[in-house]
Design a protein around this ligand. Structure first.
Ligand code: CA
Length: 222
């Protein structure tokens, strides 16, 4: 899953980025409101973490303009103090959730996961396709109840495919959701990653879950 962090406090932005990357997310950071808005409006993020007090364009304006432009990406707003929080709630700006600073990283992560689940219509943290089971919180993966060890990129790919089960995903869709903006684009990378994932998920099973749609992309089907 791909996350945009718009935060002008560099140490906090870096902390969030590193923490989320450790959890397998790909993360872009914008340090001012204009850059944040441009990225949010043009790149397909799965979640946006947005500070309110920002240089050039504040968080309220960003949310309002994104929603007016039809961008529906879930937004978690970071508020500096309780007075601001009141204002946020009063403004009903179109954000999906709010977190008051200072917060723990675990709290942030829990909110991000909840927003992601909600946006994919998942109520529970366990997602199943046939006998494949993914735990969105712990990233544990099982097939026929047997644990499968995945790298963080393999997990990110499987999670994205699984949450979009029965939907055809192009290589570009996959790249845009599991790699960050600075990723050095190589069209082969998805095929290589899918091949690795297949060896772990489908090898030895009669029923294959990862399907190739020739010339178009990939799909997970139960
Ligand atoms: Ca700020």
């Amino acid at each position: 899953m791909r996350v945009l962090v718009v935060e002008d406090e560099v140490p906090l932005a870096e902390l969030i980025k590193e923490g989320l990357e450790d959890e397998g997310y790909s993360v872009d950071v914008a340090y001012d409101g204009e850059e944040g808005f441009d990225l949010a409006a043009n790149e397909p993020y799965d979640v946006i973490i947005l500070d309110i007090m920002l240089p050039k364009k504040d968080g309220f304006e960003i949310v309002k303009d994104l929603r007016n432009d039809g961008v529906k990406t879930p937004i978690l707003m970071l508020t500096a103090k309780s007075a601001t929080e009141d204002k946020v709630l009063g403004l009903n700006s179109g954000a999906d959730d709010y977190l008051t600073k200072p917060f723990s990283f675990d709290e942030l992560l829990a909110r991000v996961r909840a927003l992601l689940r909600r946006s994919f219509g998942e109520v529970k943290s366990i997602v199943r396709v046939a006998d494949l089971e993914l735990n969105l919180n712990t990233h544990e993966v099982k097939r026929s109840s047997k644990p499968i060890e995945l790298t963080s990129k393999e997990y990110a790919l499987l999670e994205y495919l699984t949450l979009n089960k029965d939907r055809l995903l192009s290589r570009m869709d996959i790249i845009e959701h599991i790699y960050d903006y600075n990723y050095d684009f190589d069209s082969n990378v998805v095929d290589v990653l899918v091949a690795r994932l297949r060896r772990k998920i489908d090898k030895g099973f009669d029923k294959k879950l990862i399907h190739t749609v020739r010339g178009a992309g990939y799909m997970v089907k139960g």
